[in-house]
Design a protein around this ligand. Structure first.
Ligand code: AMP
Length: 426
């Protein structure tokens, strides 16, 4: 098969790394890819959200199967356009991707089908949103309806903070069209966990549990980021909890989407809060988490490609995935300044020394090759130093030993990824 992976981050590097070793894969392309992905796939200079060019490339190069990494092309209907061109793909249609593409759509679906989530209201004007906030009081959560690259949620500690967030989104339009409408919801308290499953329209095949770290700095300080590290398995997740999440949240969602005429196919990533009243849904993502995908890929023993194809074909019930017993942990190395402004183009050394360590894989999240073959930082999140071990503590020690071999003065990482989990706490 000729396979095209869409995206150019660490998640897509991990997907390419797994797909490249599949006996089913003859030729692997990645658009746009990065300098690390170039070792696994032929990189094609097409942006991940350039739907017409991606469809044209897939058609011209006899691509049999497309694996879509990020949410933007999914919400923009890439899978639909590929289907029209007769090309199979992994990922939901644009209509099914609304689970992530519109928070209001998700909340209404939860309300209609009795899926546990935070109490909420939907608003299209700032005035009524503010009245609601004044009535409800703080703390309260203000969310832009559309895709906002992780910048659409404000946890407001005061009414004034919530009102400022409403003005920023609806009056100043800082998020553009993503802020045309708002969801305002109750603050949920508890432990936050992520659940991943493959869904083929009907059957739900749970993947391993993984946990990420969203804040930029040690001790969960600093601004929210795309994710500064992750580990798997997630301690404290019981079979009973998984069964409850499946029966109360994930399966009802999959049934609801089918009933509404938009069967969901792809990976479903549920952000959950474990509250005193049981697990509640915070959000869905319609793609793999980044960097959670990296730890899932190194723990997956089975061939990934047939699982992705079975998801697309609607035959997941015939499939079983096998996982390594070992734990995995990934540390994100980012350019200093991230998630704020940062400079591109700094030189990264020590990559070969890090990758040569046993049980270590270096995934590239944002790199480019320099003219002399050096590797240059080309984004905010730049490397995902990933290691496996008998326990999270062992994987963690290996990952940080590899991090210490990277020679990149312009980069930084958190030093506490998986620290609590290493001691048995979640
Ligand atoms: P979302 O994009 O909806 O997942 O929101 C991003 C992050 O904001 C989540 O991962 C949570 O940490 C936090 N969050 C979102 N909604 C709530 C809520 N209702 N209560 C508490 N935290 C929330």
């Amino acid at each position: 098969m000729n396979v095209l992976v869409v995206g150019g981050g660490g998640r897509e590097h991990a997907l390419c790394w797994k797909i490249a070793v599949s006996p089913l894969c003859d030729k692997l392309y990645c658009a746009p890819g990065n300098a690390g992905i170039a070792a696994e796939a032929e990189c094609v200079a097409i942006a991940a959200d350039d739907v017409p060019r991606l469809v044209a490339f897939a058609t011209d190069h006899a691509v049999d199967f497309v694996v879509v990494g990020p949410e933007a092309p999914l919400v923009a209907g890439l899978v639909d356009r590929l289907a029209e061109a007769g090309i199979k793909a992994f990922g939901p249609t644009g209509a099914a991707a609304m689970l992530e593409g519109s928070k209001g759509f998700l909340k209404d679906l939860c309300a209609s089908y009795g899926i546990p989530t935070a109490e909420y209201g939907r608003f299209v004007d700032a005035g009524s949103a503010k009245s609601f906030v004044r009535e409800a009081g703080a703390p309260i959560v203000v969310k832009a309806d559309g895709l906002a690259g992780g910048k659409g949620v404000t946890i407001a500690k005061s009414v004034a903070e919530a009102e400022a967030a409403i003005d920023a989104i609806m009056v100043e339009r800082i998020l553009g069209p993503a802020g045309q409408s708002l969801v305002i919801e109750e603050l949920l308290e508890g432990k936050e966990v992520s659940f991943f499953a493959l869904v083929d329209g009907e059957t739900v095949l749970p993947l391993a549990w993984a946990q990420d770290h969203k804040r930029a700095f040690d001790g969960d300080q600093g601004p929210n980021t795309g994710g500064m590290g992750a580990y798997s398995p997630a301690p404290g997740i019981t079979r009973q909890l998984e069964a409850q999440v499946l029966s109360e949240i994930v399966r009802p969602t999959v049934r609801a989407m089918k009933e509404q005429g938009h069967p969901y196919k792809g990976v479903l990533y549920a952000g959950l809060m474990l509250t005193d009243d049981g697990p509640k849904l915070l959000e869905y993502n319609v793609r793999f988490g980044d960097p959670e995908c990296q730890v899932l890929c190194v723990r997956l023993m089975s061939d990934l490609l047939p699982a992705l194809i079975a998801t697309s074909d609607g035959v997941l019930s015939a499939l079983d995935l096998r996982w390594h017993d070992h734990a995995a942990l990934t540390v994100v190395m980012a350019t200093k300044g991230y998630p704020g402004p940062y400079r591109k183009g700094s030189k990264i050394g020590g990559l070969d020394a890090a990758a040569a360590m046993p049980d270590v894989v270096v995934f590239h999240a944002g790199t480019a090759a320099g003219p002399d073959g050096t590797i240059l930082a080309n984004g905010g999140r730049v490397l995902d130093i990933t290691a496996t071990g008998a326990s999270i503590a062992e994987a963690r020690a290996r990952a940080y030993a590899a991090v210490d071999r990277i020679d990149w003065p312009e980069g930084f990482c958190r030093r506490d990824i998986g620290a609590r989990a290493s001691n048995g706490a979640g």
